[in-house]
Design a protein around this ligand. Structure first.
Ligand code: AMP
Ligand code: TRP
Length: 334
């Protein structure tokens, strides 16, 4: 069985873009692959953050992923497997300074941070972020990494690091990981459908997957439809986004009927919105209930995740024992 690995930062609440664009796909992959899904709290330290909030958001993300259908045995918290950090150090001596300077995400993030605060500290961790990501992947000898297109460059770097490691130490130790670009919908902001749904744009721009039903309905009702800037005869992005959400919710029949109405020129946006709101309400109500069940047993669920992290850690330790041997470090006793 091939191995899949992916990570997500503990950014607080998941929004429907994260769900339809990534998490739903992860849930499906569990049927076919040995999966390692990870809440990457070490990565979240690369930009300014609050310690208490980081810990809170890490558990929050883990619970929300479980509610979405990630199996507890496939889920863990990155920093509960500190071997990731050790492997990152070793790989940082294999990665080159030059290739890191070409990472566009570093440049983008550093710029964004400076725009907000010109005196902000740009950490060395932000610069070496992709090496830690390579360690996350290689430590499990992963074959496939489901990610969005924005992570393509980081994946390329992970492959290069694996290849150079294998070459430098004269053995085929790490499989070269490949990105898995599954076709997943890209969800746009309901308030500004020219942009991707994202938390960083502000409250109106994302729909919380675990939000209150009334609020979700309100956001759909007030979603921007026609901005008047779509070329004649072309569906405006706001309307296309509502259709996309409807399809992502699995409402194919309703989608087809309303799409036929649209092409016949008799679609009422109010009806489209109503149908989308109903579909999202059904989905999110089920997810919210699952989350409530998990939260009612918080202690037990946390212990379960700690246990799965410990099991996964055993695999990571085995990799580190082998890597330490290969690269010439002294053996650790016990
Ligand atoms: P982020 O925290 O923004 O990196 O998102 C985590 C995951 O959700 C990534 O795999 C993204 O590709 C995915 N994602 C984020 N925003 C959207 C969106 N608006 N539509 C679809 N997928 C998204
Ligand atoms: N950098 C990824 C992102 O921003 C998150 C991530 C960290 C990741 N480690 C990973 C993704 C390992 C895939 C595999 O989305």
């Amino acid at each position: 069985m091939k191995t899949v690995m992916s990570g997500i930062q503990p950014t607080g609440d998941l929004h429907i873009g994260n769900y339809f664009g990534a998490v739903q796909n992860w849930v499906r992959l569990q049927e076919t692959y040995r999966c390692y899904f990870c809440v990457v709290d070490y990565h979240s330290m690369t930009i300014p953050y609050e310690p208490a909030k980081l810990r809170e958001n890490t558990w929050k993300m883990a619970f929300q992923l479980l509610a979405c259908g990630i199996k507890p045995e496939n889920l863990f918290i990155q920093s509960l497997v500190p071997e990731h950090a050790e492997l990152a150090w070793i790989l940082s001596c294999v990665a080159s300074y030059g290739e890191l300077t070409r990472m566009t995400q570093f440049k983008d993030k550093a710029e964004q941070l400076k725009e907000k605060d010109k005196d902000v500290l740009i950490s060395a961790g932000l610069f070496t972020y992709p090496i830690l990501q390579a360690a996350d992947i290689l430590i499990y000898h992963a074959h496939y990494v489901p990610v969005g297109k924005d992570q393509e460059q980081h994946l390329e770097l992970s492959r290069n690091i694996a290849q150079r490691f294998n070459h430098q130490y004269g053995r085929d130790y790490f499989p070269l990981p490949e990105p898995l670009f599954t076709e997943t919908p890209k969800i746009l902001s309901p308030a500004d459908p020219a942009r991707k749904m994202s938390k960083s744009l502000g409250e109106k721009h994302y729909i919380n997957l675990f939000g209150e039903e009334a609020h979700i309905r309100k956001q759909i009702r007030s979603a921007v439809t026609d901005t008047g800037d779509a070329p004649p005869g072309q569906m405006s992005p706001g309307v296309a986004n509502l259709f996309e959400i409807l399809r992502a919710c699995g409402q194919i029949d309703a989608y087809n009927v309303l799409m036929a109405d649209y092409h016949a020129g008799k679609l009422r946006y109010s009806q489209l919105k109503e149908t989308v709101a109903d579909a999202l309400a059904a989905l999110t109500t089920a997810l919210r209930e699952r989350l409530q069940h998990l939260e009612a047993e918080k202690k037990k669920v946390k212990a379960q995740l700690e246990a799965s992290s410990a099991v996964i850690r055993e695999f990571a330790r085995k990799t580190l024992r082998e890597v330490r041997e290969i690269v010439g470090l002294t053996s650790l006793k016990a």
